[in-house]
Ligand binder design. Structure first.
Ligand code: PEP
Ligand code: MG
Length: 587
């Protein structure tokens, strides 16, 4: 059986499936006798104790092997188990509704999740992921089911799951989890971005793969083309073995470019930088031949911390580590961009429509100085150790940029007064990811030092297509003429105003799009570290003049399909080997 989904992280893996999570807890529900109430409450209480013990064991293992930041996730989980509201409600449900303990837990949790999902507070809504995580463990303990622990697998597996939660991914042993496939998600969803960060081949947005695969099935993950094959016949299996070794050869050939410059055939240098989600990725920057960091997504420091905000000191240590590691190259630290799918994707439900356009990113930070000020101070303090720049996400009007700068100035004055060092001339960037920011780019350009175009959000806001909803994924068109025109407009305005402009959305590493971005005159491209070699190869395979011609012709077409077929044919002439490994369904 062949299932087609979204290629989330490149590579081909053939292996044995491990069915990890289905969409819902598979919980038997039945009513109990008055005489059984006490027994069910006891069952619930001993499952609570066992779950707590397990979480403490995982916590100390993680603390030893990884870091206390990772381990902090599990303190949050343990706290939830001790919440008297939760414990009392479950006991009430057993006693009053006469339900078996597993079903009582499931009902109480569903109520909590329903209440959370109607809340306006993005941060609280993020607690849903914790609750689901702990509760599935608790229910498994009540039911006495065998548990799967992704950190201590004995054999290599391909994980098949409805989605993967933050603790699932934090626990994942990369040597044993050789690939994964999920029901939900899209290319720009948090799960997909994490798969690329961990360099695990993955396909997401497969719809119902958890209904078709059993543990032990043979599966092939084609993360290049977004395909999963379940129990393929001998012929297909052989073909894929050959494909796999060809892809490895291709990757090997790209690794030769590691120390070569990212210059076009006529010598124009394009800055190639990396997007970083977690500190573990820092070592990949050099490995793949990039230099600086074009986007440091700081929200993962907050997401991993979970029950409380990370302190200024903790943030400072993380930013300083990155700044020192890549000095003298730049690290562009983006201030907190919480909201949207940065919580909800791990729950298996696309984020509600409101939250993408709600109190997200800079809006949240400006509203809550107690969150924003410590981060600004931490970034400034880290700037003393190398070449740090600061960038504000989701700017939709100039007042937001102005207010953020006022707060940055206040943080500078505080540090000066306290005698703490920082770079007083730290460059300030604006993310251009909301259409209104494009239209007012001339106004914004006069008040900052650089732009970075966040195409992931720019596409969703311009085309009104939610970025994590796989049902409308076909409408999410990077090559829509509207998107190309907006990007071109931003680049032109930035240059007219004497500032540089980069792109840090996923378009920056799309092989069909890179020639267009060069043709438009972009100064910097920032992407997942693993994407760097391929993009370098593309940059080195054409002249700026050729790229400009391709851009001019592409922009004369009316539809994304026409543009795509045209750029595909042009790419085929220049770098056919790269095209072998991308999703062919679209062409
Ligand atoms: C973007 O929107 O393109 C971007 C780079 O930011 P994020 O994906 O974190 O929203
Ligand atoms: Mg964005």
């Amino acid at each position: 059986m062949l299932l087609e989904g979204v290629p989330a992280s490149s590579g081909i893996q053939i292996g044995t499936a491990l069915l990890f999570h289905r969409e819902d807890f598979d919980v038997p529900t039945y009513t109990i006798d008055e005489s059984e109430i006490e027994k069910e409450i006891k069952k619930f209480e001993s499952a609570l104790i066992q779950t707590r013990k397990e979480l403490e064991e995982i916590q100390s293992k993680i603390q030893k092997e990884m870091s206390s930041i990772h381990a902090g996730i599990f303190s949050a989980h343990i706290l939830l188990l001790e919440d008297p509201m939760f414990v009392d409600e479950v006991k009430k449900e057993i006693t009053i509704s006469k339900l078996n303990s597993a079903a009582a837990v499931k009902n109480v949790v569903q109520n909590i999740i329903d209440q959370f999902s109607t809340m306006d507070n993005e941060y609280l809504r993020g607690r849903e992921a914790d609750i689901r995580d702990v509760v599935s463990r608790l229910i498994q303990n009540i039911l006495g089911k065998e548990k799967i622990d992704l950190s201590s697998l004995k054999k290599e597996v391909i994980v098949i799951s409805h989605d993967l939660s933050p603790s699932d991914t934090a626990l994942m042993n990369k040597d044993k989890v050789i690939g994964f496939a999920t029901d939900v998600g899209s290319k720009t969803s948090h799960t997909a971005i994490m798969a690329r960060a961990l360099e695990i081949p993955a396909v997401v947005g497969l719809g119902k793969i958890t209904s078709y695969v059993k543990t032990g099935d043979l599966v092939i993950i084609d993360g290049n083309r977004g395909r999963v094959l379940i129990n393929p016949d001998g012929e297909v299996y052989e073909e894929y073995l050959i494909e796999q070794s060809k892809f490895q050869e291709f990757e090997q050939s790209l690794s030769m470019l590691k120390d070569m410059p990212a210059v076009t055939l006529d010598g124009t240098h394009i800055e190639l930088a990396c997007n970083i989600e977690v500190p573990e990725e820092l070592s990949s920057i050099q490995k793949y031949g990039a230099k600086g960091i074009g986007l440091y997504r700081t929200e993962y420091i907050f997401i991993r911390k979970r029950t409380e905000l990370p302190s200024e000191e903790e943030q400072y240590e993380s930013y300083k580590e990155a700044v020192e590691k890549v000095a003298p190259e730049a690290v562009i630290i983006r201030t907190l961009d919480l909201g949207g799918d940065k919580f909800a994707s791990s729950l298996g439900i696309p984020a509600d429509v409101g939250s993408m356009m709600g109190l997200r990113a800079i809006r949240l930070c400006l509203q809550y100085p107690f969150i924003f000020m410590p981060q600004l101070r931490a970034i400034l303090r880290a700037s003393a150790y190398g070449n740090a720049k600061i960038m504000f996400p989701m700017i939709s009007r100039v007042e937001e940029l102005r207010l953020a700068k006022v707060m940055l100035d206040q943080a500078k004055s505080e540090l000066e007064y306290e005698g703490l060092p920082f770079d007083p001339n730290i460059e300030i960037g604006t993310m251009i990811e909301v259409p209104s920011a494009v239209v007012t780019a001339d106004i914004l350009a006069k008040e900052c030092d650089f732009f970075s175009i966040g195409t992931n959000d720019l596409i969703q806001y311009t085309l009104a297509v939610h970025r994590v909803n796989e049902e409308i994924a076909h409408l999410y068109e990077p090559l829509n003429p509207a998107i190309l025109r907006l990007i071109k407009q931003v680049i032109d305005i930035a240059h007219e105003n004497g500032i540089w402009v980069g792109i840090c959305g996923e378009m920056a590493s799309d092989p069909l799009v890179v020639p267009l971005l060069i043709g438009m005159g972009v100064d910097e491209l920032s992407m997942s570290p693993i994407a760097v070699p391929e993009v370098k190869k593309i940059i080195r395979s054409l002249t700026v003049e050729e790229a400009q011609k391709i851009t001019q012709v592409a922009m004369s077409f009316s539809t994304a399909n026409e543009i795509e077929s045209y750029v595909y044919s042009e790419a085929m002439e220049r770098f056919p080997d790269v095209l072998m490994w991308i999703d062919h369904r679209l062409h």
